[in-house]
Design a protein around this ligand. Structure first.
Ligand SMILES: [Zn+2]
Length: 152
């Protein structure tokens, strides 16, 4: 059931039980102070969507299965929470950078520096996010599995 209906990860096109999608956008204002241009204001917007499965008709499910499901779901939520934390760190990194990126005599240079460095930061955190899935095998190492151990 889960395998058939799970959300599709845009990075690899595969289906997973849960999925956290985040997008980060930012904006800033530049102002001239004396001879130099500075960042006079900034905003960072983080949009996060966490998708997880829900068991319908849960009340009529046998107790043992319910326990199994609760554990599974808690592990899945913990995995997705890891993605949320990475997204928050990305937003903080970009906000912090915009706050300290300094001043320049050239408006064009300041703009292109900001463009280059914010894009690099975003890319860096996207890689960390993908690395988290590789390292945890999309949560498998954190107990995100409903498969039974084979009977012997
Ligand atoms: Zn994941």
């Amino acid at each position: 059931m889960i395998d058939r209906n799970g959300p599709v990860n845009k990075d690899d096109g595969k289906q997973y039980d849960g999925l956290t999608e985040w997008s980060l956008t930012w904006d800033y204002q530049l102002k001239r102070r004396g001879k130099v241009w500075i960042v006079s204001g900034r905003s960072v917007l983080l949009d996060i969507k966490v998708l997880t499965p829900r068991w319908t008709d849960f009340q009529n499910t046998p107790g043992a299965l319910r326990t199994k499901w609760r554990i599974y779901r808690a592990n899945l939520l913990r995995h997705e929470e890891g993605h949320v934390k990475i997204a928050l760190r990305a937003a903080e990194a970009i906000d912090k950078y915009l706050g300290v990126c300094g001043a320049s005599l050239s408006l064009d240079k300041l703009k292109s520096d900001i463009e280059k460095n914010t894009t690099a930061l975003l890319l860096q955190y996207r890689k960390i996010d993908q690395g988290y899935d590789r390292r945890t095998r999309h949560g498998a190492t954190q107990g995100v599995t409903l498969k039974r151990r084979p009977a012997n």
